[in-house]
Design a protein around this ligand. Sequence first.
Ligand code: NAP
Length: 280
Amino acid sequence: MATILDGKKAAEAIRSQLRDEISRLGKKPGLAAIIVGSNPASKMYVDIKERTCRETGILSERYSLPEATTESGLTELIKSLNSKKTIHAILVQLPLPKHISEHRILSAIEASKDVDGFTSHSKSQLLAGNESSVPCTPKGIIRLLELYKIPIEGKNAVIIGRSEIVGKPTALMLLNRNATVTICHSKTANLREHTLKADIIVAAAGKPGLVTAEMVRQGSAVIDVGTTKVNGRLIGDVDYEKAREKAGWITPVPGGVGPMTVAMLLENTLQCYKNIEGEK
Ligand code: NAP
């Protein structure tokens, strides 16, 4: 039976350390969260981020803009936050409405305030092996693997999903740690053939039940990033109950990757603060 990777407990410990460290700083780190439109999931994520910021001693400002906001209007807001002294980190909650280019908006964020590692500058840094600004979910996944001392170097890692915010950066971070990485996606011909060779599976497709126990190699680490609301409940991509009988380690949903993502957002906010204010 697999060891459960308890993201909730790990995140609580990280938050507690951050709270102590932040209480000793000269000023409060400040995070601006921008949300455009009325997507209920986006609102829920920003609510959680705001609450945990407050609990950790981070100043949190929310900018809720209507769906009809123009790209130039949003760019102007980002420019003003780029120069605002009390704000050290800027988060744009995705997805944005279709008429706004995510790429151009994320590129407008000052590199030093890029808390999510989404700017072109941060992406090219990660590609070159520099992890000074990396997205929160991949960072949380790696932290969880490291906390539980799960071997990465020389292991086969299979990532299911190739998004810019989860799949690709997770693949690069595992590659940086000398895993042999395979990225699968919706056009992958035989997913099971790949997952059965994996020492580490990262499932980030957002398809409940995609990874069955038959696809899991005995003793492997199974990281379930997927979160899909089904009848009011959050469901992962992995058939957790059956897969945990074969896996060596497994994350629950909820309580695995989700809380780690939020903890990494707080950690990245503190890092932005230190870079800008010159505090160690
Ligand atoms: P996304 O942009 O929709 O990407 C999904 C990826 O999965 C795509 O690359 C897609 O392939 C691939 N895919 C879809 N169906 C597949 C299938 N049947 N077999 C293999 N690959 C398949 O999603 P995302 O933003 O990366 O998020 C993925 C999931 O993680 C979602 O459930 C999201 O809610 C969750 N999430 C959780 C956290 C957290 O903190 N827990 C954070 C972020 C995201 P194509 O590229 O070919 O379309």
